[in-house]
Design a protein around this ligand. Structure first.
Ligand code: ADP
Ligand code: MG
Length: 192
């Protein structure tokens, strides 16, 4: 049994997609054990996307470079650098602005293989690469190049913990222990 964090980002809330997106997880059998709507401040944003997660920041930079290459665009010319660390830090700055730009809906989902299952339903980070049937594939079309030309983060509707360690770090940032409910869902009996 695992728990994982999802955050429906400001574009999802502003587009009125909260119920539709949450419903996709519920219908897959994932149990909603905590939920709230909040306006994220810089403090929470910085903890959620920590400056000292160097590997992740570098990976953000590499993803950006790969995407530029694929679209035959010159990252150095357009972004001023092709250093993955510098690019990653730039993207992190935009991410802090994005996640705090309006209300978000945060929730904890529980179930067997919850982390991987939620990532699968969420889809690829880059919306134009996300498969139809996934949240990002069905509702968004952004790319690094589109986003970075406008000096903003990729609008891909949802954050979902990337792995078990990330989930264990993120859940307590957003929810206290008392806010996480324990109960049995009716369908659990049918799965026994
Ligand atoms: P995921 O959300 O799929 O786990 P990451 O953890 O790599 O992806 O990135 C966090 C978020 O940063 C993404 O969801 C997206 O909103 C944004 N992002 C990722 N890469 C870029 C990029 N090259 N340019 C702008 N924003 C990006
Ligand atoms: Mg991630």
């Amino acid at each position: 049994m695992e728990q994982t964090l999802i955050v429906l980002k400001p574009d999802a809330v502003l587009r009125g997609l909260t119920g539709e997106l949450l419903g996709r997880f519920e219908r897959a059998g994932l149990k909603l054990v905590a939920a709230k709507m909040i306006q994220v401040d810089q403090e929470l944003a910085k903890k959620h996307y920590p400056a000292d997660r160097e590997e992740w920041i570098k990976l953000l930079g590499h993803k950006t470079l790969d995407n530029y290459k694929e679209l035959k665009k010159d990252a150095k010319k357009e972004m001023g650098t092709d250093d993955p660390m510098k690019l990653g830090q730039m993207v992190r700055g935009w991410l802090l602005d994005y996640i705090s730009s309006g209300p978000v809906f945060a929730a904890v989902l529980e179930g067997p293989h919850a982390v991987e299952l939620v990532r699968k339903i969420t889809g690829h980070t880059l919306p134009f690469k996300a498969e139809p049937g996934t949240i990002r594939g069905d509702f968004s079309f952004d790319s690094s190049h589109l986003a970075n030309t406008a000096k903003r983060a990729i609008k891909n509707l949802i954050h979902a913990s990337g792995n078990i360690e990330e989930a264990q770090y993120e859940i307590p940032l957003w929810f206290s222990e008392e806010e996480i409910c324990k109960y049995e869902r009716a369908n659990e009996k049918a799965m026994k």
